[in-house]
Design a protein around this ligand. Sequence first.
Ligand SMILES: Cc1cc2nc3c(=O)[nH]c(=O)nc-3n(C[C@H](O)[C@H](O)[C@H](O)COP(=O)(O)OP(=O)(O)OC[C@H]3O[C@@H](n4cnc5c(N)ncnc54)[C@H](O)[C@@H]3O)c2cc1C
Length: 158
Amino acid sequence: MTGFATVGDAWACTNPSAGRGLSVGLLHAQVLRDLVRRNLFEPAALAGDYDAKTELEVAPFYRSQIVADRARIAEMNALEDGTVVPPSNPIMAKLLVAATYDAEVFRGVLEIAMCVALPQDVIARPYIAAKIAEWDGCSLPPDCSVIDRDRMRSLLSG
Ligand SMILES: Cc1cc2nc3c(=O)[nH]c(=O)nc-3n(C[C@H](O)[C@H](O)[C@H](O)COP(=O)(O)OP(=O)(O)OC[C@H]3O[C@@H](n4cnc5c(N)ncnc54)[C@H](O)[C@@H]3O)c2cc1C
């Protein structure tokens, strides 16, 4: 469509609890600014390039949040139903544990959270990949952020 460009939440939004909407919106606005600079008087090229660059540079952050949200919803449903909580993505689980022991890995996790880098790019960095590999075959410490209904009840009643 020419003469119209959706930016930020008007293009896509996910889940405010992730705190990524401003980062995604600012990134998207920069993409549009750069293309308007080049193609202001070429409406078809502007629309096509904006769509392509949005898919390439902005959509991956949206998609990675969707994956995380679906996993979290499955986890919440399992906790509510009293069924087995689906296992989390093993690489991401190891990344998060490694981040609690290593400042460089922690910075990588922050880059993912702030939409400065995508998960696949962070975990592919040799240092971070090595830190993740250190947890191969080890049982990971329990995820303290998961509170089942019984624990929640006891916390509330206490
Ligand atoms: C509860 C909640 C908590 C959040 N927490 C965070 C957070 O911690 N960190 C983070 O990064 N993001 C957070 N977000 C997401 C973030 O607020 C949004 O991603 C961001 O504001 C999107 O910016 P935007 O400019 O695209 O849209 P908006 O901020 O929605 O701006 C759109 C503007 O357009 C105006 N408008 C609408 N229709 C018209 C019209 N017809 N004519 C003129 N003006 C119009 C609206 O009034 C609004 O001011 C949160 C969102 C919610 C709902």
